[in-house]
Design a binder for this molecule. Structure first.
Ligand code: SF4
Ligand code: SF4
Ligand code: FES
Length: 530
């Protein structure tokens, strides 16, 4: 440990860290552009210069390692003068177009100029101009005139994605970031350069001019598009998702997310979202009330149980739904109906995992909760069966009623599975929109997308993480656990959970590995199950 002083404050900090890191520990802000925790240090922007006793010149806080007895000043007259000068340089050719810049409100340059800059510009000459806006790739636009040449975007493509599309071209005031000739910024992590850019130079094509950022509501959640479970923030307005960005979680996704997750949430706003229970009448699906739907399930299941036995009822849990939803399916099947036939749907993996040299991985399993669905539907001492084995029981006529939880953003069933589903006497499906599952169902119950529900997913590492509702549900759609609880109650089951949180308490009490976990314990970063 080293003993240092920053702005008169005595501190003991670990050896080998930089002045910038030590100041962060002490809660002292040192403004910076080119430094980023997850990237190599360049020390090029000069915004972070500080004064150190016995050193003749100002030193970059981002690249100067602390020494025992160092006495550092982050707000001396020389430091303040340097900051003002650096900011003045950055603004010389800046178009000052904050009123139409997507970054306004989240812009480091804007914030620093407000805090440390000068209110008046001394520059009266003509500014240098660049091509106003360039499309660098399918998701990223570049406004060169706003760039402070911090190089974060370039280093990201060198060090994290290792795709090396970007570089700095030309010299002096003509310097600009661009893609190499003939290349496009088209890698699976490209959207991260938008988050990394401290100014409005790299912007998202999808979010361009969609909203001022201060009008957005931020909701912490988990990406539902693969089993990694990247921590995300859903930014919404008027009950619509406008943007999804990663939240840092060193155990799961560092600071990043892939473009599939960042831009792949459009299914939430499908025009054909299901808004009420639907019952098959011939070739038609007709809308019915929830009371009629629950009575229909109760009547049909009771008939099948009394004529063919409880084993004739089976259920398939969903790796796309939460632990809470799947747990209530288990309660219905194993505790209320007392049938042993429960499996978890597992889609065939069509892709290999995509592993980036930095370690970030897009998983091959495109469901967010396979591990959790398996955990909550497992029965001690009983060998789990696959959904394909269970479908064979349907094909053989052993199973007459099938309760199938859907919820996949996109699902494509193999032909043989589709053929089997046609044969079930009574097929109930929960889904958020018409799918290959709902096609043959006698009853379709409308559930919620990940963006409308509360609950937990367990990722491929066994980390249990919370998702939270960012949007209101469409029409009469409900969370699956609530629908299943109503069916349990209609069939004589004694369950009465008032919330998803209470269902999770039930899971913590019943499922090995979840003991001791609670929503407050999981917090916003999740916890590894035991
Ligand atoms: S585009 Fe943004 S991240 Fe890239 S060098 Fe310019 S300011 Fe930095
Ligand atoms: S890696 Fe997986 S969890 Fe992460 S953003 Fe991409 S699809 Fe979502
Ligand atoms: S942050 Fe230190 S020189 Fe840029």
């Amino acid at each position: 440990m080293a003993k240092i002083k920053i702005d008169g404050k005595e501190l003991q900090v670990p050896d080998g860290i930089t002045i910038l890191e030590a100041a962060t520990i002490a809660g002292i802000e040192i403004p910076h552009f080119c430094y980023h925790k997850e990237l190599s240090i360049r020390g090029s922007c000069r915004m972070c210069l500080v004064e150190v006793e016995k050193m003749p010149k100002l030193v970059p806080a981002c690249s100067t390692t602390i020494k025992d007895e160092m006495n550092i000043f982050t707000s001396s007259e020389r430091v303040i003068k340097n900051r003002r000068g650096v900011l003045e340089f950055f603004l010389i050719n800046h178009p000052l177009d904050c009123p139409i810049c997507d970054q306004a409100g989240e812009c480091t340059l804007q914030d620093y100029v407000y805090k440390y800059g000068s209110a008046v510009s001394r520059f009266t000459e003509e500014k240098e101009h660049f091509e106003r806006r360039k499309e660098l790739g399918p998701h990223v636009l570049h406004y060169s005139e706003r760039c402070v040449l911090c190089g974060r975007c370039i280093r990201f493509c060198e060090e994290i994605s290792e795709t090396r599309e970007l570089a700095r071209f030309n010299r002096s005031v003509r310097s600009e970031v661009d893609v190499f000739p003939g290349k496009r910024l088209d890698n699976k992590l490209s959207g991260n350069v938008v988050d990394l850019c401290p100014v409005g130079a790299m912007v998202s094509k999808e979010f361009l001019f969609k909203s001022r950022v201060w009008w957005l509501t931020h909701t912490e959640s988990i990406c539902p598009l693969c089993s990694r479970g990247c921590n995300i923030e859903i930014d919404s307005r008027d009950n619509k998702i406008l943007r999804v960005r990663p939240r840092p979680n060193p155990e799961v996704n560092s600071q990043w997310m892939c473009d599939d997750g960042r831009f792949g949430w459009d299914f939430v706003h499908r025009e054909d979202r299901l808004t009420s229970p639907l019952k098959r009448e011939g070739a038609e699906m007709v809308s019915i009330s929830w009371t009629q739907a629950i009575n229909l399930v109760k009547g049909r299941l009771s008939y099948i149980i009394s004529n063919f036995g409880k084993e004739a009822v089976a259920a398939i849990a969903s790796p796309y739904l939460t632990n809470e939803d799947n747990y209530l399916l288990r309660v219905l099947l194993l505790s209320v109906i007392r049938s042993p036939s429960m499996a978890v749907y597992q889609a065939a993996q069509v892709e290999e995992p995509m592993v980036f040299p930095s370690g970030f991985t897009i998983e091959a399993d495109k469901s967010p909760n396979l591990a959790g669905a398996q955990d909550v539907s497992a029965v001690e001492g009983r060998e789990p069966i696959s959904h394909r084995q269970l479908l064979q029981k349907v094909a053989s006529g052993e199973v007459r009623a099938l309760y199938f939880l859907g919820g996949a953003p996109r699902i494509s069933l193999p032909v043989d599975e589709r053929e089997i589903l046609k044969k079930v006497d009574f097929l109930v499906v929960h889904d958020y929109a018409p799918s290959e599952l709902t096609e043959w169902a006698e009853l379709v119950l409308p559930n919620l997308s990940f963006a409308e529900r509360e609950g937990t997913f367990t990722n491929f590492q066994g980390r249990v993480q919370r998702i939270r509702p960012a949007l209101l549900p469409p029409g009469e759609a409900k969370p699956d656990w609530e629908i299943l609880q109503e069916i349990c109650q209609a069939m004589g089951g004694e369950v009465n959970y008032p919330s998803a949180e209470k269902v999770f308490e039930g899971i913590a009490g019943a499922v090995p590995g979840y003991k001791g976990l609670s929503y407050s314990e999981l917090g916003n970063q999740g916890k590894a199950k035991g």
